[in-house]
Design a protein around this ligand. Structure first.
Ligand code: SAH
Length: 432
């Protein structure tokens, strides 16, 4: 299965190319490829990642064509939002109407939506969020892969099972060869076009080691690389950008400095935010967000989290429920209820309807087996598959029994494709 559809270059304006996908026009940034009008390319996250021969492109386009339009039809059908007379009197619909007409939802609107409890109100809210997703993103669903390369950590995050405070876990670090083999498997065998390399804060991997790994990946493969190694400093971000990575995944965890500092003694929220801002300035695509259900967190904090992610020019919003890990200081704190997580995803869609890619996180899938289906039907538009070698996955135990921990890549792809097909979504990222 392929995770992108080739597009035809229609116009070139310096670094910006206009790309045609079955008649739909999108823009992408081209930094590395010699392109002329009429060429075929693959793009991911708004970046051109490969040029493909017309022959190869035609083959994929022909194979996809029928399915592509069929899926779009299913999605359109499923995301229709036609509230009846009674529903039209509901405040949820009044807020939706304003957002749908291009107005910003106010903080009061967000407060109202996040506090909803009645089943009928929630259904309207989720359906409206799904409508907005379809309106702006059509049926595109980003399917990224993630490789967790090390669980050695120097940080003390109170919620995290692999923090340096936990002495009960076996530590692992993938070698450069193991990482490159995993990347090759994901890209060549399985067709991933965007990969996240993630690690705990393992000082045994120097920035130069990571640069070497990213450079080698970029030399060998047409893939968009996201880095997720925590706070690596401005110089680290610059070096990894030069090496060819174009995305940063780093949650700010919470926008409330008091909560942040209570859960990360000795560290400041400000420095994390500084890095996220700097990364955006350098040209990184930003994936960030917060944890839902942290001790002391209020609805107002969650709304602030969404606003902070928006201020950080987030490309993909990643909000996960906090899930307690027995070997951490937060072992006794309960996770949030599923509904709160779903409401947060829908709320992101109401806040940034047009711009946001919204991820259904593995954390949410761990909390609720139907998270993916429900999340994708409530405003979300992206999923991430775990392509870490199976033997290491249980060791990256940020929280216990993570969803898909034991699922082969094959099995995850099968399950994802089946779900996406049933919802009318295409595993593509056509950009904007
Ligand atoms: N060192 C990297 C990666 C950290 S682990 C970084 O700092 O970005 C990846 C993510 O796991 C964290 O950002 C955190 O949001 C999440 N995480 C850790 N413990 C968790 C828990 N108990 N429940 C839910 N998510 C958790």
């Amino acid at each position: 299965m392929c995770y992108a559809i080739p597009g035809k270059v229609e116009a070139i304006n310096q670094k910006i190319v206009t790309v045609d996908y079955y008649g739909e026009k999108k823009k992408a940034i081209n930094e590395f490829h010699e392109l002329s009008v009429g060429d075929y390319i693959y793009a991911q996250g708004g970046y051109v990642i490969a040029k493909v021969s017309p022959h190869q492109a035609q083959e994929v386009l022909t194979a996809w064509q029928e399915l592509f339009f069929k899926l779009q039809e299913i999605d359109e059908e499923k995301s229709r939002f036609l509230p009846d007379k009674k529903a039209r009197e509901n405040k949820v619909v009044a807020i939706f109407d304003r957002v749908n007409n291009g107005h910003q939802a106010t903080r009061d609107d967000l407060r109202y939506l996040l506090a909803l409890k009645k089943r009928a109100d929630l259904e309207l809210f989720f359906k409206a969020a799904n409508f907005l997703r379809q309106k702006y993103h059509k049926n595109a669903c980003c399917v990224h892969g993630i490789i967790e390369i090390s669980n050695y950590c120097t940080r003390n995050c109170y919620y995290c099972g692999i923090s340096c405070l936990n002495k009960n876990i076996k530590r692992y670090r993938m070698s450069k060869k193991e990482i490159l083999d995993s990347v090759e498997e994901a890209v060549v065998k399985y067709g991933f076009k965007a990969l996240v390399l993630q690690s705990a804060e393992d000082k045994d991997y120097s920035i130069d080691d990571l640069v070497d790994i990213v450079k080698t990946i970029k030399e060998r493969h047409a893939v968009l690389v996201f880095v997720s190694f925590g706070e690596i400093g401005k110089r680290g971000l610059e070096k990894l950008f030069e090496a060819g990575s174009r995305g940063l995944l780093m949650r700010f965890e919470t926008s409330n400095p008091k909560i942040y500092e209570a859960l990360h003694p000795g560290y400041s929220l400000e420095s994390r935010i500084e890095e996220l801002k700097y990364a955006y300035k350098l040209g990184y695509l930003i994936i960030t967000g917060g944890l839902i259900g942290l001790p002391g967190q209020t609805d107002e904090d969650i709304i602030n989290d969404i606003y902070l992610a928006k201020d950080l020019n987030t490309d993909m919003y990643s909000f996960s429920p906090f899930i307690p890990h027995p070997d951490t200081p937060l072992a006794k704190n309960p996770p949030p209820d599923e509904e709160k997580v779903l409401k947060t995803l829908a709320l992101v869609r109401f806040t940034v309807p047009k711009e946001a890619k919204i991820l259904v996180t593995t954390g949410f899938e761990t909390l609720s087996p139907s998270a993916r289906k429900e999340g994708l039907a409530s405003g979300a538009s992206s999923v991430m598959l775990n392509v870490t070698p199976l033997k290491y996955r249980p060791l990256y135990s940020i929280y216990p029994a993570r969803a898909h921990e034991k699922d082969s890549i094959d099995a995850q792809i099968q399950e994802t494709i089946e779900l996406l097909k049933s919802l009318g979504r295409a595993p593509t990222d056509l950009g904007i």
